[in-house]
Write a protein that binds this ligand. Structure first.
Ligand SMILES: Cc1cc2nc3c(=O)[nH]c(=O)nc-3n(C[C@H](O)[C@H](O)[C@H](O)COP(=O)(O)OP(=O)(O)OC[C@H]3O[C@@H](n4cnc5c(N)ncnc54)[C@H](O)[C@@H]3O)c2cc1C
Length: 398
C-alpha cells in the first residue's frame, strides 16, 4: 500500500480552490435543510449546478459533458463533495446505471441520453428489489410480456430510492417464468412518466425517503430494453459489481473500503462528541475532555472508524456498517441523554448530529445488500469457502 503524500500541482491547487468557492455558493443551509426535511439524497439545484460544470461525470471529456479532470482532481472533487455533505444518492444511482447502459443499451438511445445525464437533467434509479425480498434479486417477479415492438409491464418494486426525482428506472423484470430463475430475466430502462407507473413514498427511521413503485399495464418500447432478452442477469452484473465496490481503479486515489461513505455520519458524531467534551464539565467541576476513561473510549471509536476506512472491499463494507452501528451506541453511552436530542430540540448537541448518526447507521446494514449477505460473499469469494445453500444471489466480483 502506498501511504505517500499526494503533492498537488499548482493547477490542482487552483482547482481545489475553485471547487471550494463553487460549493460555498451552491451548498447553502437551504440545501441541508431540504435534505433533513425530505431525506431525498438529492437537491436539483445543486445537481444541475454540478452538471453545468461537468462535475457529475468529471472524468468524461469536456465535449461529452464532463470536465476532463485528471485522477487527482477527480479525487479532490469527490472529497470536497463529501466534506460539504452534498446529497449524492441519486448521483450515485445514476452513475451505477450508466455503467450498465454504456455497455448494453441501444447505442442511439445511450448517445441521446448521455449529454442529458452529464448535464443532470436525466437521472436514473435502481429498480431491483421486489416486495418479496431484495437479497435474491434473481427471484424478481415483475412481469414483462412482449407485445409487438413494445413490452407490457405488471408488478411492483420496493425501495426504489430516488424514483420521484428520476426520469428512468433501471428495472429488472421476469420475461420467461418457465426458465431457471437467472435465465428468465430482462433489464429495461423504463421512463417513470409512463402511464401506469405509480410512485408511493416510504420514509425510513434513518430519515431517508425511498419508494414503492407500482407498474400496471405499463407499455415500454423495445428500444428501452437493455441487453438481450432473458440475459438480464448478465446485463446487471457490471452495475451490481460496481455497487458492491468492484471496478475501482487501484491507483490509491479511490476509497479502499466498500462502505467508506457509511462512516461519514459516525465520523461527524465523533468530532461533535470531542468538541462537546472540551466545553462540558462534570458536576465535580472537571472537564469531560480531561477524563482518561472518556478519552480512551473515544480513542477506540476513532481507531475503529479509521480501521473501516482502510479495510479493503466487502470486508470494509461490513466493518464500516457494523462499527458505525456499535460505535454510535457507544458514543451515546459516553455522552449521555443529550446525545439523543434530535435536530431542532433544545440542547441538542451540534444540531442533533449524534442522534442522526445513530438512526442513519442502522440502515447501512441493508443498503446494496445486507451485512449477512456480504458475510456469505466474503466466505465464498474472498476465503474460497463453499457457497451457502441459502437464498440470496448478490455477487461480489473482484
Ligand atoms: C433505505 C433503503 C433504500 C434502498 N434503496 C434501494 C434501491 O434504490 N433500489 C433497490 O432495488 N433496492 C433498494 N433497497 C433494498 C435493499 O437492497 C434490500 O433491502 C436489501 O437487499 C435486503 O433485501 P430485503 O430488505 O428484501 O430483505 P430480504 O432479502 O427479504 O432478507 C431478509 C433477511 O434475510 C437475510 N438474508 C437473505 N438472504 C440471505 C443470505 N443469502 N445469507 C444470509 N442472510 C440472508 C437478510 O440479511 C435479512 O436479514 C433499499 C433498502 C432500504 C432499506
Amino acid at each position: 500500500m502506498d501511504f505517500s503524500t499526494v503533492h498537488l500541482t499548482p493547477e490542482q491547487e487552483q482547482f481545489q480552490r475553485e471547487v471550494r468557492t463553487v460549493l460555498d455558493e451552491i451548498v447553502t443551509e437551504e440545501v441541508h435543510e431540504h435534505e433533513r426535511r425530505t431525506g431525498d439524497g438529492f437537491h436539483e439545484g445543486v445537481h444541475l449546478a454540478l452538471g453545468s460544470r461537468g462535475w457529475l461525470f468529471p472524468a468524461w471529456p469536456v465535449e461529452e459533458g464532463g470536465a476532463g479532470l485528471d485522477r487527482v482532481s477527480q479525487r479532490i472533487l469527490s472529497l470536497e463533495l463529501a466534506r460539504r455533505q452534498v446529497p449524492g444518492v441519486t448521483h450515485g444511482t445514476t452513475r451505477l446505471v450508466w455503467s450498465g447502459l454504456q455497455l448494453s443499451a441501444d447505442p442511439e438511445l445511450a448517445a441521446e441520453l448521455k449529454p442529458e445525464v452529464a448535464a443532470g437533467r436525466v437521472r436514473f434509479c435502481l429498480g431491483y428489489s421486489d416486495p418479496e425480498g431484495g437479497s435474491d434479486i434473481a427471484a424478481a417477479t415483475l412481469r414483462a410480456v412482449r407485445d409487438g415492438d413494445e413490452w407490457v409491464l405488471n408488478g411492483s418494486k420496493l425501495w426504489t430510492t430516488g424514483a420521484h426525482n428520476c426520469q428512468y428506472t433501471f428495472l429488472i423484470t421476469r420475461t420467461d417464468p418457465e426458465a431457471p430463475k437467472h435465465k428468465g430475466l430482462t433489464m429495461f430502462l423504463v421512463p417513470l412518466d409512463s402511464p401506469g407507473v405509480e410512485i408511493q413514498a416510504i420514509h425510513t427511521y434513518g430519515g431517508e425517503r425511498t419508494n414503492a413503485v407500482y407498474y400496471t399495464d405499463v407499455h415500454v418500447s423495445d428500444r428501452h430494453r437493455v441487453g438481450d432478452v432473458n440475459a438480464g442477469w448478465a446485463t446487471l452484473q457490471g452495475p451490481l459489481s460496481n455497487e458492491h465496490g468492484g471496478g475501482r481503479i487501484a491507483d490509491g486515489l479511490e476509497d479502499l473500503a466498500g462502505g467508506a461513505t457509511y462512516t461519514q455520519s459516525f465520523d461527524r458524531a465523533i468530532d461533535a462528541a470531542a468538541r462537546w467534551a472540551k466545553r462540558t464539565t462534570r458536576p465535580d467541576g472537571t472537564l469531560v475532555a480531561d477524563d482518561p476513561v472518556f478519552l480512551d473510549r473515544l480513542g477506540a471509536l476513532i481507531v475503529s472508524t479509521e480501521a473501516s476506512r482502510v479495510t479493503h472491499g466487502p470486508m470494509g463494507r461490513n466493518k464500516a456498517s457494523l462499527s458505525s452501528i456499535a460505535g454510535v451506541a457507544e458514543l451515546i453511552d459516553l455522552v449521555g441523554p443529550e446525545a439523543l436530542l434530535a435536530h431542532g430540540a433544545d440542547g441538542a448537541i451540534e444540531d442533533g448530529v449524534i442522534e442522526f448518526a445513530h438512526r442513519w447507521a442502522q440502515g447501512t446494514a441493508t443498503y446494496g445488500g445486507t451485512t449477512e449477505v456480504f458475510k456469505g460473499m466474503i466466505a465464498q469469494h474472498v476465503l474460497g469457502l463453499p457457497r451457502l445453500t441459502l437464498p440470496g444471489s448478490k455477487q461480489w466480483v473482484r
